[in-house]
Design a protein. Structure first.
Length: 264
C-alpha cells in the first residue's frame, strides 16, 4: 500500500516524505547555509593560502543566521559589505529568532538583502516548505532593495546525503518549491548549493539555470566547475568565515547589476 501511495503521489507531482525520516533532534534545528558543505567538502586551498578571489567588478556580501545573533550592520557596511542573505526558515518547523534584527538591520544600513530557506526534503514536500518560507520572511517585491528568495539545498544534516531520495524525486521536489515560490512572489528563487552535492543528488534532467539564479558554495580561492544545469553563477560563497559575520560572498557583477536583480 505504501508503494502505491508513493507512486500516486509522484504522478500527482507531490514528493512524499520517506517513511525512514526520523524525528528532528531537539536543539539542532538551525543549520546555516554551507554548514554541511563545509563539513563534507572542507575549505580547499583556503586552509593555507592567503590569496582571496579576484574582486574587481564584484560586490562583497555576507549571509547570516541566528548563530550570528544581533549583527553589527554598520561595522559590516564600513568594511565593504553591500548585500546580505538572512536565514528565515528551515523545513516547516524552524523560524530564525534573530530574523527581524538581521533582515531589517541590513536594509536600514543600506544593504540589499534577501531571505533564505534551509531545505529538508524528506520532512515535507516542496509546496509545503515553500509556503512556510514565503509566509515567514521569504517574500519578494521589486523595490530595488530585496534579493530574490533563496533555496538552500545541501547535504542532509541528519543522515543519508540525498535524504534517501533519488535524482528524479529530488528534482521534482526542487521544482515544486521553485514553482510555488514563483506563484506566490512572481520571482523564481535563487538556488544555493555545491557542485558535488547537486550533481549527485539532483542531476541535470531539468535545467534549473534557465530560471533560477545560482548561489554556489565552494570554499577556495578559485571557483571551479558549476553544477550541471547552470551556465552562470550569480553569487559565490567562497569562504565560511572572514571579514564579515557569517559566510563571505561575492556577487558576480557590479553594484548596479545587483540593484537590477532586486528590481525586476
Amino acid at each position: 500500500m505504501r508503494t502505491l501511495i508513493s507512486i500516486v503521489a509522484i504522478v500527482a507531482g507531490m514528493t512524499p516524505a520517506p517513511a525512514s525520516a526520523a524525528p528532528l533532534p531537539e536543539g539542532s534545528a538551525d543549520h546555516t547555509a554551507g554548514s554541511q558543505i563545509l563539513k563534507h567538502e572542507g575549505t580547499g586551498d583556503l586552509r593555507s593560502a592567503s590569496e582571496s578571489p579576484p574582486t574587481e567588478g564584484k560586490v562583497p556580501g555576507m549571509d547570516v543566521s541566528s548563530h550570528q545573533g544581533d549583527v553589527d550592520w554598520k561595522s559590516s557596511w564600513d568594511k565593504g559589505a553591500r548585500f546580505a542573505y538572512v536565514k528565515a526558515t528551515e523545513g516547516t518547523h524552524y523560524l530564525n529568532p534573530k530574523f527581524t534584527q538581521q533582515y531589517n538591520g541590513s536594509l536600514n544600513i543600506g544593504m540589499i538583502r534577501g531571505a533564505y530557506h534551509f531545505a529538508l526534503p524528506d520532512r515535507a514536500n516542496g509546496v509545503q516548505q515553500a509556503n512556510f518560507f514565503v509566509d515567514n520572511g521569504g517574500g519578494w517585491s521589486p523595490d530595488g532593495k530585496t534579493l530574490p528568495p533563496a533555496l538552500d539545498m545541501e547535504y542532509n544534516p541528519y543522515g543519508e546525503t540525498c535524504y534517501n531520495m533519488n535524482q528524479a524525486a529530488m528534482t521534482a521536489w526542487v521544482k515544486q518549491f521553485s514553482d510555488t515560490v514563483y506563484a506566490r512572489t512572481k520571482r523564481y528563487p535563487v538556488i544555493y548549493t555545491s557542485t558535488n552535492w547537486w550533481n549527485k543528488c539532483v542531476g541535470g534532467s531539468v535545467k534549473f539555470g534557465d530560471d533560477n539564479p545560482l548561489w554556489i558554495a565552494h570554499y577556495n580561492s578559485k571557483l571551479g566547475p558549476l553544477p550541471v544545469g547552470f551556465d552562470f553563477h550569480t553569487i559565490w560563497q567562497w569562504q565560511a568565515a572572514g571579514l564579515f559575520p557569517g559566510d563571505q560572498n561575492l556577487f558576480n557583477g557590479r553594484f548596479e547589476q545587483l540593484q537590477r536583480i532586486a528590481s525586476s
